[in-house]
Ligand binder design. Sequence first.
Ligand code: FES
Ligand SMILES: [Fe+2]
Length: 375
Amino acid sequence: MRESSLREILASYNDQASLAEAWTIPASWYVDERIAALERETVFSKTWQMVGRVDQVEKPGQFVTATVAEEPIVVVRGNDGVLRGFYNVCRHHAAAVVTEPCGQASILHCPYHGWNYGLDGSLKGMPEFEGVKGFAREQNGLVPVKADTWEKFVFVNLHPQAAPLADFLGGLVKRAAPLGWSQLHYFDRRVYDIACNWKVFVDNFLDGGYHVPHLHAGLNSVLSYKDYTIENEDRYCLQSSPMVSDGAAPSDMRKGSRAWYFWQYPNLMINCYEGYMDTNLVLPIDADHCRVIFDFCFADVSEAQREHNQRSVAASDKTQDEDLGICEAVQRGLKSRAYGAGKLSLRREAGEHLFHRLLAADLKAGLPETAAAAD
Ligand code: FES
Ligand SMILES: [Fe+2]
């Protein structure tokens, strides 16, 4: 049987259908490495990607490193106070210049042959390089990428013509402003490697609580499921639920009157309760694997609160375990000949519909430039 072309696979999803008429994106989008490659070029190389927290890069010389769309990136605060992003790739023979996940340095020193770069990316010195022809030091600084911050978060965008971060975030900026995230402090991190496509994890997040009563008994006991609301705007979806406090087990972990679950296209989630926030960053590995990084922040990270905060992280960990198992089962099902695509609940799954339409628009727009040859 002839293999479908990338163009045919993209054309098999109708991004104009209303929620009532819509199907999910087809199973092939979750399993085909050509789609994964197209996403790298047209989604992850063109959207603003979160790479760290502002508190990690407050002082001159403080840096964070990350990998975005398979590109090594470093973001560093200059002596002039300006935050700059660079490809973390030495101009000599391409080694990673900065090798720590985060830290502080007065110069950026390549560990391979000892080339030095300033915090502004300029090449400062190259040992034993006298007499080399056709080489200009001032043209061999680290290659810049766009970097910016919003709330507690540092973002980069690999696309030189990218619109500003605030435009990309759109209505989310106003929506999140009253929630007081700047009062929260980083506490801990959990990293999950999952045998599913990154979009399976996002879909699971965006099902409007549909799976909560069935999969998460603990979480379900503190949320008022029937009152769950789902709002789409620009590139974000806010799912929100009033909290109930009936004394059920985890209620001392999840406080306040409301739970707020934000998703910002394509791969960032921000969950908050009173005095609590966790971010979930979903990083594609290949078509069948992703890594999800959870960072936990609390209003009170004092020693006295440590045990309470640890219990809160453990409660999240339990919920994630439940999600992980189902995400991996879904990935196996998406590969089955028995499945092509599914329908969406009008009451619950509007967020997934937004996700699929935004993704389809980016992939279809990106196809002519990157994949015409694949037809
Ligand atoms: S690769 Fe960096 S100094 Fe040679
Ligand atoms: Fe879940």
